[in-house]
Design a binder for this molecule. Structure first.
Ligand code: SF4
Length: 271
Protein backbone atom coordinates (compact mmCIF):
# COMPACT_ATOMS: atom_id res chain seq x y z
CA UNK A 1 0.00 0.00 0.00
CA UNK A 2 1.39 3.42 -0.93
CA UNK A 3 0.78 6.71 0.81
CA UNK A 4 2.69 9.35 -1.15
CA UNK A 5 6.32 8.32 -0.87
CA UNK A 6 5.74 5.94 2.04
CA UNK A 7 5.03 2.27 1.30
CA UNK A 8 3.40 0.13 4.00
CA UNK A 9 4.37 -3.45 3.32
CA UNK A 10 3.19 -6.57 5.10
CA UNK A 11 6.21 -8.22 6.70
CA UNK A 12 5.02 -11.61 5.50
CA UNK A 13 5.25 -10.51 1.85
CA UNK A 14 8.75 -9.02 2.02
CA UNK A 15 10.60 -12.29 1.32
CA UNK A 16 8.76 -12.72 -1.98
CA UNK A 17 10.19 -9.41 -3.19
CA UNK A 18 13.52 -11.20 -3.59
CA UNK A 19 12.08 -14.09 -5.59
CA UNK A 20 10.49 -12.09 -8.41
CA UNK A 21 10.32 -8.38 -7.64
CA UNK A 22 8.07 -7.76 -10.65
CA UNK A 23 5.50 -10.29 -9.41
CA UNK A 24 5.71 -8.81 -5.93
CA UNK A 25 5.08 -5.33 -7.35
CA UNK A 26 2.05 -6.61 -9.30
CA UNK A 27 0.51 -8.19 -6.22
CA UNK A 28 1.44 -5.78 -3.49
CA UNK A 29 1.70 -2.37 -5.16
CA UNK A 30 -0.65 -2.77 -8.14
CA UNK A 31 -3.11 -4.91 -6.16
CA UNK A 32 -3.40 -7.51 -8.96
CA UNK A 33 -5.21 -10.61 -7.72
CA UNK A 34 -5.96 -14.09 -8.99
CA UNK A 35 -8.14 -16.94 -7.73
CA UNK A 36 -6.60 -19.33 -5.22
CA UNK A 37 -5.34 -22.74 -6.20
CA UNK A 38 -6.78 -25.72 -4.30
CA UNK A 39 -3.30 -26.45 -2.96
CA UNK A 40 -3.00 -22.92 -1.55
CA UNK A 41 -6.29 -23.56 0.26
CA UNK A 42 -4.82 -26.62 1.96
CA UNK A 43 -1.99 -24.41 3.23
CA UNK A 44 -4.50 -21.82 4.45
CA UNK A 45 -6.38 -24.44 6.46
CA UNK A 46 -3.30 -26.09 7.93
CA UNK A 47 -1.72 -22.78 8.91
CA UNK A 48 -4.91 -21.50 10.55
CA UNK A 49 -5.61 -24.74 12.44
CA UNK A 50 -2.06 -25.31 13.66
CA UNK A 51 -1.62 -21.64 14.64
CA UNK A 52 -4.85 -21.76 16.66
CA UNK A 53 -3.60 -24.88 18.44
CA UNK A 54 -0.16 -23.47 19.24
CA UNK A 55 -1.52 -20.05 20.21
CA UNK A 56 -3.90 -21.63 22.69
CA UNK A 57 -1.01 -23.60 24.22
CA UNK A 58 1.07 -20.43 24.58
CA UNK A 59 -1.90 -18.64 26.15
CA UNK A 60 -2.32 -21.39 28.74
CA UNK A 61 -5.80 -22.34 27.54
CA UNK A 62 -5.24 -25.30 25.23
CA UNK A 63 -7.84 -26.29 22.66
CA UNK A 64 -8.44 -29.84 21.44
CA UNK A 65 -7.08 -31.26 18.21
CA UNK A 66 -10.67 -31.43 16.96
CA UNK A 67 -11.12 -27.73 17.65
CA UNK A 68 -7.93 -26.97 15.68
CA UNK A 69 -9.23 -29.10 12.80
CA UNK A 70 -12.47 -27.10 12.91
CA UNK A 71 -10.49 -23.85 12.61
CA UNK A 72 -8.72 -25.33 9.55
CA UNK A 73 -11.90 -26.14 7.62
CA UNK A 74 -13.54 -22.83 8.58
CA UNK A 75 -10.50 -20.92 7.27
CA UNK A 76 -10.71 -22.77 3.95
CA UNK A 77 -14.43 -22.05 3.56
CA UNK A 78 -13.87 -18.38 4.40
CA UNK A 79 -11.09 -17.98 1.84
CA UNK A 80 -13.17 -19.65 -0.88
CA UNK A 81 -16.08 -17.30 -0.12
CA UNK A 82 -13.84 -14.21 -0.06
CA UNK A 83 -11.45 -14.82 -2.92
CA UNK A 84 -12.72 -17.68 -5.11
CA UNK A 85 -10.82 -20.72 -6.37
CA UNK A 86 -9.67 -21.99 -9.72
CA UNK A 87 -10.53 -25.70 -9.58
CA UNK A 88 -8.73 -27.94 -12.07
CA UNK A 89 -8.79 -31.68 -12.65
CA UNK A 90 -5.07 -31.87 -11.74
CA UNK A 91 -5.68 -30.61 -8.21
CA UNK A 92 -7.55 -31.97 -5.19
CA UNK A 93 -11.30 -31.32 -5.35
CA UNK A 94 -13.28 -29.41 -2.71
CA UNK A 95 -13.82 -32.49 -0.52
CA UNK A 96 -10.20 -33.59 -0.78
CA UNK A 97 -8.96 -30.12 0.20
CA UNK A 98 -10.79 -30.36 3.52
CA UNK A 99 -9.73 -33.98 4.01
CA UNK A 100 -6.03 -33.27 3.49
CA UNK A 101 -6.10 -30.15 5.67
CA UNK A 102 -7.80 -32.08 8.46
CA UNK A 103 -5.33 -34.96 8.24
CA UNK A 104 -2.27 -32.70 8.26
CA UNK A 105 -3.56 -30.40 11.01
CA UNK A 106 -4.40 -33.37 13.22
CA UNK A 107 -1.00 -34.99 12.69
CA UNK A 108 0.80 -31.69 13.41
CA UNK A 109 -1.07 -31.16 16.68
CA UNK A 110 -0.46 -34.73 17.83
CA UNK A 111 3.10 -35.34 16.63
CA UNK A 112 4.90 -32.04 15.98
CA UNK A 113 3.59 -29.34 18.29
CA UNK A 114 4.45 -31.27 21.51
CA UNK A 115 8.13 -31.21 20.51
CA UNK A 116 8.27 -27.43 20.87
CA UNK A 117 7.88 -24.76 23.48
CA UNK A 118 6.89 -21.50 21.85
CA UNK A 119 6.76 -18.04 23.40
CA UNK A 120 4.63 -16.50 20.63
CA UNK A 121 2.72 -17.54 17.51
CA UNK A 122 2.23 -15.25 14.50
CA UNK A 123 3.36 -12.35 16.67
CA UNK A 124 2.15 -8.80 16.00
CA UNK A 125 5.10 -6.50 15.31
CA UNK A 126 5.86 -2.81 15.71
CA UNK A 127 6.12 -1.03 12.34
CA UNK A 128 9.73 -0.79 11.16
CA UNK A 129 10.58 2.19 8.91
CA UNK A 130 13.37 1.87 6.37
CA UNK A 131 14.65 5.06 4.77
CA UNK A 132 15.33 4.31 1.09
CA UNK A 133 16.74 7.76 0.31
CA UNK A 134 15.20 10.19 -2.15
CA UNK A 135 12.32 10.80 0.27
CA UNK A 136 11.07 7.19 -0.04
CA UNK A 137 10.28 5.16 3.06
CA UNK A 138 9.27 1.50 3.42
CA UNK A 139 7.32 0.63 6.56
CA UNK A 140 7.22 -3.08 7.40
CA UNK A 141 4.05 -3.91 9.33
CA UNK A 142 1.79 -6.74 10.38
CA UNK A 143 2.27 -10.11 11.99
CA UNK A 144 4.94 -12.76 11.61
CA UNK A 145 2.47 -14.89 9.63
CA UNK A 146 2.97 -18.63 9.85
CA UNK A 147 5.95 -18.24 12.19
CA UNK A 148 6.48 -19.15 15.81
CA UNK A 149 9.07 -17.83 18.27
CA UNK A 150 10.85 -20.59 20.19
CA UNK A 151 11.10 -20.07 23.93
CA UNK A 152 14.62 -19.54 25.28
CA UNK A 153 16.59 -18.66 22.16
CA UNK A 154 13.79 -16.53 20.62
CA UNK A 155 14.65 -18.30 17.34
CA UNK A 156 12.14 -18.02 14.50
CA UNK A 157 10.45 -21.22 13.32
CA UNK A 158 8.66 -20.67 10.02
CA UNK A 159 6.06 -23.28 9.07
CA UNK A 160 5.99 -24.16 5.38
CA UNK A 161 3.52 -26.54 3.76
CA UNK A 162 3.46 -27.92 0.24
CA UNK A 163 4.07 -30.91 -1.94
CA UNK A 164 7.86 -30.47 -1.72
CA UNK A 165 8.19 -28.82 1.69
CA UNK A 166 10.22 -31.83 2.86
CA UNK A 167 12.88 -33.40 0.67
CA UNK A 168 14.91 -36.39 1.83
CA UNK A 169 13.60 -36.00 5.38
CA UNK A 170 14.69 -32.35 5.68
CA UNK A 171 12.70 -29.15 5.24
CA UNK A 172 13.47 -27.35 2.00
CA UNK A 173 15.10 -24.02 2.90
CA UNK A 174 15.86 -22.61 -0.52
CA UNK A 175 14.45 -19.10 -0.96
CA UNK A 176 13.30 -18.80 2.67
CA UNK A 177 16.28 -16.89 4.12
CA UNK A 178 14.97 -13.39 3.27
CA UNK A 179 11.67 -14.11 5.03
CA UNK A 180 13.36 -15.50 8.13
CA UNK A 181 15.75 -12.51 8.16
CA UNK A 182 12.83 -10.07 7.93
CA UNK A 183 11.12 -11.80 10.85
CA UNK A 184 14.32 -11.76 12.91
CA UNK A 185 14.73 -8.02 12.37
CA UNK A 186 11.12 -7.33 13.23
CA UNK A 187 11.14 -9.55 16.30
CA UNK A 188 14.20 -7.79 17.73
CA UNK A 189 12.81 -4.36 16.79
CA UNK A 190 9.45 -5.13 18.42
CA UNK A 191 10.58 -6.77 21.63
CA UNK A 192 14.13 -5.51 22.29
CA UNK A 193 15.16 -9.17 22.80
CA UNK A 194 18.19 -10.49 20.94
CA UNK A 195 17.68 -13.70 18.99
CA UNK A 196 20.32 -16.23 19.99
CA UNK A 197 19.16 -19.32 18.07
CA UNK A 198 19.17 -20.04 14.35
CA UNK A 199 16.14 -19.60 12.16
CA UNK A 200 14.35 -22.81 11.34
CA UNK A 201 12.07 -24.00 8.58
CA UNK A 202 9.53 -26.56 9.72
CA UNK A 203 8.31 -28.21 6.55
CA UNK A 204 5.20 -30.35 6.23
CA UNK A 205 4.35 -32.21 3.04
CA UNK A 206 0.71 -31.99 2.09
CA UNK A 207 0.67 -34.90 -0.33
CA UNK A 208 1.12 -38.58 0.37
CA UNK A 209 1.52 -39.77 3.95
CA UNK A 210 2.18 -37.23 6.70
CA UNK A 211 5.81 -36.20 6.66
CA UNK A 212 7.55 -33.33 8.36
CA UNK A 213 11.16 -32.21 8.59
CA UNK A 214 13.18 -29.30 9.89
CA UNK A 215 16.31 -27.46 8.79
CA UNK A 216 18.22 -24.58 10.35
CA UNK A 217 18.67 -21.29 8.51
CA UNK A 218 21.81 -19.35 9.42
CA UNK A 219 22.84 -15.79 8.57
CA UNK A 220 19.34 -14.65 7.60
CA UNK A 221 19.43 -11.28 9.34
CA UNK A 222 22.94 -10.63 8.02
CA UNK A 223 21.62 -11.27 4.50
CA UNK A 224 19.16 -8.42 5.01
CA UNK A 225 21.71 -6.05 6.54
CA UNK A 226 24.72 -6.76 4.30
CA UNK A 227 28.35 -6.02 5.14
CA UNK A 228 31.36 -4.05 3.85
CA UNK A 229 31.71 -6.35 0.84
CA UNK A 230 28.11 -6.73 -0.27
CA UNK A 231 24.98 -4.66 0.19
CA UNK A 232 22.16 -6.27 2.14
CA UNK A 233 18.78 -7.08 0.67
CA UNK A 234 17.25 -4.07 2.42
CA UNK A 235 19.60 -1.75 0.57
CA UNK A 236 18.77 -3.51 -2.71
CA UNK A 237 15.06 -3.24 -1.94
CA UNK A 238 15.49 0.45 -1.17
CA UNK A 239 17.04 0.88 -4.61
CA UNK A 240 14.01 -0.75 -6.25
CA UNK A 241 11.58 1.53 -4.45
CA UNK A 242 13.67 4.63 -5.14
CA UNK A 243 14.02 3.91 -8.86
CA UNK A 244 10.75 2.06 -9.48
CA UNK A 245 12.73 -0.75 -11.15
CA UNK A 246 11.35 -4.12 -10.02
CA UNK A 247 13.26 -6.89 -11.75
CA UNK A 248 11.63 -10.00 -13.26
CA UNK A 249 12.72 -13.54 -12.49
CA UNK A 250 11.38 -15.89 -15.15
CA UNK A 251 13.33 -18.71 -13.46
CA UNK A 252 11.26 -18.44 -10.29
CA UNK A 253 9.38 -21.67 -9.51
CA UNK A 254 6.31 -19.45 -9.15
CA UNK A 255 6.67 -18.00 -12.66
CA UNK A 256 3.51 -19.68 -13.82
CA UNK A 257 -0.05 -18.70 -14.74
CA UNK A 258 -1.24 -20.42 -11.55
CA UNK A 259 0.81 -18.20 -9.25
CA UNK A 260 1.58 -14.91 -10.98
CA UNK A 261 -1.20 -12.43 -11.83
CA UNK A 262 1.09 -10.75 -14.35
CA UNK A 263 2.01 -13.96 -16.20
CA UNK A 264 -0.21 -13.54 -19.29
CA UNK A 265 1.13 -10.08 -20.07
CA UNK A 266 4.65 -10.40 -18.70
CA UNK A 267 7.19 -10.09 -21.53
CA UNK A 268 9.84 -11.94 -19.51
CA UNK A 269 7.98 -15.19 -18.80
CA UNK A 270 8.32 -18.37 -20.86
CA UNK A 271 4.86 -19.15 -22.28
S1 SF4 B 1 5.52 -13.82 -15.18
FE1 SF4 B 1 7.37 -14.58 -14.16
S2 SF4 B 1 8.93 -13.01 -14.52
FE2 SF4 B 1 6.95 -12.10 -14.97
S3 SF4 B 1 6.34 -11.12 -13.08
FE3 SF4 B 1 5.44 -13.14 -13.07
S4 SF4 B 1 6.89 -14.45 -11.99
FE4 SF4 B 1 7.96 -12.58 -12.56
Amino acid sequence: MSNGNSYRIRASSFGELFDCALRWEAKHLQGMRMPNSPRALIGTGVHAGTAAFDRAQVGGQPISVDDAAGVAVDAIAERIADEGVRWTTDDPNRKEVDKIALRVTTAYCNDVSPRYEFEAVEMETKPLSIDCGGGITIVLTGTLDRARIRAGSHGITDLKTGRSAVVGGRAATKKHRPQIGTYELLYEHSTGNAITGPGEILGINTSGSFQFGTADVHGAKALLLGNDDAPGLIELAAGMFRTGLFYPNPQSTLCDARYCPRFARCPYSEK
